[in-house]
Design a protein around this ligand. Structure first.
Ligand code: PLP
Length: 450
């Protein structure tokens, strides 16, 4: 093995300016390996990205073939066969009424494009007074300014607040903390929909462009699964006020929850949907907006174009990777496996953690799971944020050769800790058991640090 020492000093602006992470040198299946030959089980697929694991031969072959054929052609001059095929695939498998895919380079770009498409739609149909978005607290939609503005994580927004468009945030669907003891999950969902209704009315029904929500809340809240009926009620409120529903499935979509789109399990169809991470599985940077026919028609019969664009729209190599990823998932029946393995992972986590004095809730769907940590279970009291428990769990897991995606601020942007799991769809039963085992050890070790 050739060692790959980390250069000192580094000229890469890393996420932390105080430390340089170890160097990743190869990936194989669910395992990543660093320069010292240490192997890590990638139980979070990075950030819920690597749905097929690392180094999948068919995806690599598709990328090689595309590189040999055509790497790049600017979309103002040309389309490419592979972008057309990917869009066909995405529309064929999309919720009813979705007619077009707009391919960008990641999740934040997809969210930005969706926000602008929604605004342009209303300008095209003669409702330019619609200029306001409603989104949810504790949500994450990306780090570019528009996406950050709709995002509801206080910590991420705070210092950039003066730069952000004015967005109204309503409550997330967070039953563990916010469902009242005297209401059923269904009643809780109806209450949240009423809050949305009242918020639209307060702002002025003719003023709101869209309600933006992650179908299953991800990064900042630790996998929030909606209560039954919530999204149906939300859809009904949006329809009543002519407000678009934008579902952000950048993290929860493309099979992660056991159906290709998370909204399928909610029985709703969005007007616009954003997808990214599992679309290309990390093999290339790619995201997309999936749009309803009537939105595209408003633009095509109106100004004739979507007033947006990036240099790397529909990048052929990214499209080739995504197309291959999606074809493998479909052909191998991996969504069925995700549903099966989801049940196994839930049981394994429950066996190791359900009775743990510092585990408040284990929640999730498919291969998308969150574990919320608490200092005290009965009162659901979070740990002191100064302990940075989430960061300690991450490093204890890392030391045990396990990659998980913990985050702090779960409750309100400041308090609360959770761990997010999003293993590749190809993970074996033994590897799922190893994930639960190493995670439990890491949690214990992190808490023992005091
Ligand atoms: N939307 C959601 C729901 C996400 O989880 C993320 C990333 O975690 C984004 C948008 C932003 O995606 P990206 O990091 O690719 O810009």
């Amino acid at each position: 093995m050739t060692p790959h020492p980390t250069p000192t000093p580094t000229h890469v602006l890393h996420r932390s300016l105080r430390s340089t992470p170890p160097m990743a040198v190869r990936g194989d299946g669910v395992w990543l390996e660093d320069g010292a030959g240490r192997r890590y089980l990638d139980a979070s697929g990075g950030a819920a990205v690597s749905c097929l694991g690392h180094g999948h031969p068919e995806v690599r072959a598709a990328m090689h073939a595309q590189i040999d054929q055509l790497c790049y052609a600017h979309t103002s001059f040309f389309t490419s066969a592979v972008a057309e095929q990917l869009a066909d695939q995405l529309v064929r498998t999309a919720p009813e009424g979705i007619s077009h895919a707009y391919m960008v380079s990641g999740g934040s770009e997809a969210v930005e494009a969706a926000l602008k498409m929604a605004r342009q739609y209303f300008v095209e149909i003669g409702q330019p007074e619609r200029s306001h978005f409603i989104a949810r607290r504790q949500s994450y939609h990306g780090n570019t300014l528009g996406a950050l503005a709709v995002g509801g994580n206080e910590w991420r927004r705070r210092q950039f607040g003066p730069l952000l468009i004015d967005v109204t945030h309503v409550a997330p669907c967070y039953p563990y903390r916010e469902q009242r003891p005297d209401e059923t999950p269904e009643q809780y969902g109806q209450r949240l929909a009423r809050e949305l209704d009242e918020t639209i009315q307060r702002i002025g029904p003719g003023k709101v462009i869209a309600f933006v929500a992650e179908t299953v809340g991800g990064a900042t809240a630790g996998v929030l699964v909606p209560v039954p009926g919530y999204f149906k009620a939300v859809r009904e409120v949006c329809d009543r006020h002519g407000v678009l529903l934008i579902l952000d499935e950048v993290m929860s979509g493309m099979g992660r929850t056991g159906t290709l789109h998370a909204c399928k399990q909610e029985g709703v169809v969005p007007d616009l949907m954003t997808i990214a991470k599992g679309l290309g599985g990390g093999y290339q940077p790619i995201g997309a907006v999936l749009a309803q026919q009537r939105i595209i028609e408003a633009m095509s019969t109106g100004s004739g174009f979507f007033q947006h664009g990036h240099t790397y729209l529909g990048h052929p190599v990214a499209c080739a990777a995504a197309l291959a990823v999606q074809q493998v998932i479909e052909r191998a029946g991996l969504l069925e496996k995700v549903r099966r393995d989801g049940v196994t992972l839930q049981q394994l986590l429950a066996e190791r953690l359900a009775e743990h004095p510092h585990v408040g809730e284990i929640r999730g769907r498919g291969l998308f799971w969150g574990v919320e940590l608490v200092a005290e279970r009965a009162g659901k009291i979070p740990f002191d944020p100064a302990r940075r428990l989430h960061a300690r769990i991450k490093s204890e897991a890392f030391a045990r050769g396990l990659l998980v995606y913990p985050m702090g601020g779960t409750v309100d942007g400041r308090y609360g800790d959770h761990v997010l799991l999003a293993p590749p769809f190809i993970t074996s039963g033994d590897e799922l058991a190893l994930i639960a085992e190493r995670l439990a050890q890491a949690i214990d070790a992190a808490i023992a640090q005091g």
